[in-house]
Design a protein around this ligand. Structure first.
Ligand SMILES: [Mg+2]
Length: 377
């Protein structure tokens, strides 16, 4: 079935939070979300979310990029599935992105358009995206992410109550602090519950080697971004070879070539593309297929609003990777919680059979957080 894209809209939201979210690279003092809706000429629609967590001022800029450069490329476009739309946008914006030195925001927007096309096409077909995109399985394993550096035990206990049985701690706040937080988390979750660690690119190679040795006693399930994502593959290989701990990365890798090079280098046991940073569902599923052939688990990264979280979970479910984990932010974010509420049963989230991503955001309910609304068509 061919759809003709008729209307392109985006909404910038920003929700205040009481406690800033601290990371090794910087803090987030509020929770932004940039949502995009495509409407076709028959009135069908689909939703996507653009990464805009950091810097905090970036959401409005990406919305203006959509307005000025992407709307003209999308308006009136005909397609029968998401792949040609993504290919068209990548081809037409490739040189622009180089020219303005902004390949990241361009890739993030294309990722959201791809999500919206999957939602739109799956709704048209009357199927949930997870089935329409591959039919893997209806459920995913979530883990509670973004925990620390403060209030570790308190956050873990609250999320345990909600059914989470795997937890990720933020590292990169100094050896003493990191070790104390690891000990605190282990003491709450016990010796056998998966405990993931995320250094957010905090260390150089020698620091990473020393840190991995120091934290091995806590049996981390994986160590995420122990090095900057753009460090040479030789460093990643060296680190992977010098430690028995499993390494994870992907949220800051962009482009199929770079993902495949990283996977083929054999450094990772978990790969984490982000549907709102590069490739949308289509790119994520391409990476998931290659990862599976190499025995690497697909664990889509997501730490923003509810639309992208739904897209991320559908991508994992569609991949059929039973070793994968879906990242769910443990920090408060009304733009996630109010848009995509879900239950965890026996450690799993079941996505159900509702068409598309199975949700329609209540924009009126989000009005208090709205900064801007752009509409063309
Ligand atoms: Mg991370």
């Amino acid at each position: 079935m061919t759809v003709t894209i008729d209307r392109i809209e985006c909404w910038v939201h920003r929700a205040p939070i009481d406690v800033p979210v601290a990371n090794a690279f910087g803090a987030m003092s509020n929770r932004p979300a940039l949502w995009l809706r495509l409407t076709d000429s028959d009135g069908g629609s689909g939703w996507g979310e653009v990464f805009c967590n950091f810097p905090q001022v970036g959401a409005e800029h990406r919305a203006r990029l959509i307005d000025s450069l992407f709307v003209p490329l999308l308006k009136g476009l005909e397609a029968s599935d998401p792949a040609p739309v993504r290919a068209h946008l990548e081809r037409r914006t490739h040189r622009m992105a180089i020219q303005c030195g902004e390949p990241g925001p361009f890739a993030q927007i294309i990722g959201a358009v791809d999500q919206a096309m999957w939602d739109l096409c799956a709704r048209r077909a009357g199927q949930p995206v997870w089935r329409y995109a591959g039919g893997g399985r209806a459920c995913v394993r979530p883990y509670a992410s973004g925990i620390g550096p403060d209030g570790v035990a308190e956050t873990v206990r609250a999320r345990w109550q909600q059914g989470y049985r795997a937890f990720k701690l933020k590292l990169g706040f100094g050896l003493e602090r990191d070790l104390a937080n690891l000990a605190e988390m282990r003491s709450v979750i016990g010796p056998d519950t998966p405990l993931m660690c995320d250094a957010n690119q905090a260390w150089d190679l020698s620091e990473a080697r020393a840190m991995l040795e120091a934290i091995e006693v806590f049996k981390p399930f994986w160590v995420e971004e122990p090095l900057a994502a753009d460090r040479p593959l030789s460093e990643w290989r060296e680190l992977a070879a010098s430690s028995p701990l499993a390494l994870a990365a992907g949220e800051n890798i962009r482009g199929e070539g770079d993902f495949l090079a990283m996977l083929d280098a054999g450094c990772l046991r978990f790969v984490q593309p982000d549907v709102g940073k590069w490739g949308g569902l289509s790119g994520g599923l391409q990476i998931a297929r290659r990862a599976r052939a190499l025995g690497v688990a697909y664990c889509p990264h997501w730490l923003a609003g509810g639309l992208g979280l739904a897209a991320s979970m559908h991508a994992l479910a569609a991949s059929g990777d039973t070793q994968g984990w879906a990242e769910v932010d443990a920090n408060p974010n009304p733009l996630r919680e109010s848009i995509f509420p879900f239950q965890i049963q026996d450690g799993l989230v079941t996505l159900g059979d509702a068409p598309g991503f199975g949700l329609e955001p209540d924009l009126e309910a989000c009005r208090a957080w709205r900064i801007d609304h752009h509409r063309v068509g």
